[in-house]
Design a protein around this ligand. Structure first.
Ligand SMILES: Cc1ncc(COP(=O)(O)O)c(C=O)c1O
Length: 349
């Protein structure tokens, strides 16, 4: 079953009080909308949008990278990064559960002639350094050229330690590969790790960071890395459909999120843990929780009726099978969470 469920209906249309399908459901609040409405804007294709320039500079400083480029989506940001590191016939080594491999329509292969070597990620989402090393190909005309290692953190909500990130990256660097980190939920990861943004960012040459998930902005991803790679990524953005003009309205939302919303991620994690505890007490299926995500595996015959029961109670949960994904985010209040927990209890009572 698709991860994405019924995309034609909004939570509101269904009288939804609590939408747990994804942290992409977050909507800009009044203060963010005020920041959007007063944003200084210009034509970013001319490099003249002051809000975009400010966002890129702020993120580059936060992560201690030379340069940054603003993209509308994480998917485009990741693809532009892969294309900046790799040419046709090059190969990316990547975790077999990672978003770039599973959920980005094979864009790197379709558009850039890059092959994906998906290796088994460990249970915690990390890549074993030994397995990475085994998969780096010799320079031989029979083989694709191993060029890039793609890491991800968080992976399905799970947070990978800095030690594991560094160990995998080091193996790649030792063999002359570059390292890209899909940090769609970069700030969730550093919140759990209790580290600085620079500590995680230095585990990779390039990092993509989404603003449109737990941080609550309506759109946007920032790609960061060395100046030369970012210049190529900016060119790739054009190849992939071009840039946005007065994108400052989106960048202003991103700047607002960086200024105000990062500390709130800890609350999302605490709420996910509370929901995990409540589900474990029911003892009706496996529960896995990390950062803001929960995966609950009901008995197969309960899968569909449970979804309907929850929807009738105003709670939308993921449609994935066998494990249902639920994601806590800033638009889910304690009351919404109480409603969701009560609905699970009433289903199983
Ligand atoms: C880990 C990860 N990377 C990348 C993306 C892509 O982001 P976008 O939806 O902005 O294209 C997502 C989206 O959910 C994601 O979860």
């Amino acid at each position: 079953m698709s991860l994405y469920g019924n995309m034609n209906s909004t939570g509101d249309a269904l009288g939804c009080v609590c939408d747990l399908r994804s942290d992409t459901m977050t909507r800009p609040d009044d203060a963010m909308r005020a920041a959007i409405s007063t944003a200084n804007v210009g034509d970013d294709v001319y490099g003249e949008d002051p809000s975009v320039t400010a966002l890129e500079a702020r993120m580059a400083q936060m992560l201690d990278k030379e340069a940054a480029v603003f993209f509308p989506t994480g998917t485009q940001s990741n693809l532009a990064a892969v294309m900046a590191h790799c040419g046709r016939g090059d190969e990316v080594i990547i975790g077999d559960s990672y978003h770039i491999y599973c959920d980005e329509a094979a864009g790197a292969s379709v558009l850039a002639g890059v092959s994906m070597n998906a290796i088994a990620a460990d249970l915690d989402g990390a890549l074993s350094p030994a397995l990475v090393a085994d998969n780096i190909k010799d320079d031989d005309p029979h083989y694709a050229r191993s060029r890039l290692l793609c890491l991800e953190n968080t992976v399905g909500g799970q947070v990978i330690s800095l030690t594991k990130m560094q160990a995998a990256a080091q193996v790649a660097w030792n063999s002359g590969l570059a390292v890209h980190l899909d940090g769609a939920r970069f700030f969730n990861a550093i919140t759990v790790l209790g580290c600085r943004a620079t500590d995680l960012a230095k585990c990779a040459d390039t990092v993509s960071v989404c603003l449109s998930k737990g941080l609550g902005a309506p759109a946007g991803s920032v790609l960061l890395g060395p100046q030369a790679v970012m210049s190529q990524a900016r060119r790739n953005r054009k190849i992939l459909g071009g840039a946005m003009r007065q994108a400052g309205v989106l960048a202003a939302a991103g700047l607002y999120a960086l200024d105000n919303n990062i500390p709130d991620l800890a609350q999302d994690h605490a709420r996910a843990a509370r929901m995990g505890d409540a589900l474990r007490k029911l003892n009706v299926g496996e529960v896995k929780q990390g950062s803001n995500m929960l995966f609950f595996t009901p008995a197969p015959e309960h899968h569909q009726p449970l979804g309907i029961h929850m929807a009738n109670a105003g709670v939308r949960i993921g449609g994935q099978s066998p494990a249902i994904r639920m994601v806590l985010h800033r638009d889910v209040t304690d009351e919404g969470l109480d409603t969701a927990i009560a609905a699970f209890r009433s289903y199983y009572s």
